[in-house]
Design a protein around this ligand. Structure first.
Ligand SMILES: Nc1ncnc2c1ncn2[C@@H]1O[C@H](COP(=O)(O)OP(=O)(O)OP(=O)(O)O)[C@@H](O)[C@H]1O
Ligand SMILES: [Mg+2]
Length: 253
């Protein structure tokens, strides 16, 4: 995968990280994806747009990876109109900067205007655990995305479900795949339930770097290489352009 670094990316990509459900790992995934991609491409070509008033991604990345661009554009009922159009403008501008990637961390909640914005992306990463308490709202979220896509007759964004906080040793995702089989989604590589990630926001970020976190490094590295191949190098487009669309593939592992 490292050999790809010299390849020219075909177009800019906007990646939204979203789910109606809170606490599923949207901000953590946004942060770790940005960090992982920064090892594969120039960090100045990566922009994280933090639309969550909680500023999780902004605070973390400004300390851990100041070389990655971060834009804080909170989307809350009070700022909704202005900042939604700012994020929209940003996504549009990015299209003219080949090789650029925008990762948009979004807040939990179910604003239709936010969904319409998310639907303008190239892909949506949808983190969820395997518990019903998360899968049920996740399915509803996928349905709302499907509706927006159908309304505008679009094949984008690609929807990628990201199994998160997965118990160690779990290799079987058939229950999840079965549950999502009527939706047009792909299942990405699983991220395990990792103690180092659970304590991600405790203490100093610098210390997190020093902790032994090989499991976290393994999982997020794998996730980064999945995004590089399937999103940045458009492998998903190739899969989708074939007549027989495979659904619910677990491309890695
Ligand atoms: N793979 C993981 N293993 C263990 N803990 C995790 C994992 N991913 C996320 N967490 C933990 O779950 C909690 C919620 O994560 P995070 O803040 O990223 O979720 P979120 O979806 O952004 O939440 P919100 O809806 O509040 O924005 C955090 O304490 C985080 O450390
Ligand atoms: Mg968050």
């Amino acid at each position: 995968m490292g050999a790809n670094k010299s390849k020219i990316l075909t177009g800019a990509k906007s990646i939204f990280v979203a789910n109606v459900k809170g606490g599923v790992g949207k901000s953590t995934l946004s942060i770790m994806l940005a960090r992982s991609l920064a090892e594969r491409m120039p960090a100045q070509n990566i922009t994280v747009i933090d639309t969550d008033l909680q500023r999780t991604a902004t605070e973390f990345l400004s300390k851990s990876n100041p070389e990655i661009n971060v834009e804080f554009l909170p989307i809350t009922p009070a700022f909704e109109n202005t900042n939604i159009s700012l994020v929209q403008q940003f996504i549009k501008q990015i299209e003219f900067r080949p090789g650029h990637v925008a990762i948009v961390d979004t807040p939990a909640g179910s604003s239709q205007r936010l969904w319409n914005l998310v639907a303008e992306g190239y892909c949506v990463l949808i983190p969820t655990t395997l518990s019903n308490a998360d899968l049920y709202p996740t399915e509803n979220f996928i349905r709302s995305m499907d509706k927006v896509k159908a309304r505008y007759n679009k094949s984008y964004p690609h929807l990628i479900v990201c199994p998160n906080k997965i118990p160690f040793g779990q290799k079987d995702f058939t229950v999840m795949a079965e549950r999502l089989k009527n939706h047009d989604v792909v299942i990405g590589p699983p991220l395990r339930d990792l103690a180092s990630v659970r304590h991600f926001y405790n203490g100093k970020i610098e210390n997190w770097e020093k902790k032994t976190n090989t499991n976290a490094q393994t999982d997020f590295k794998q996730f980064g290489s999945f995004i590089e191949k399937f999103v940045l190098y458009e492998e998903l487009d190739k899969i989708y352009s074939k007549n027989n669309i495979p659904r619910n593939v677990v491309p890695i592992r």
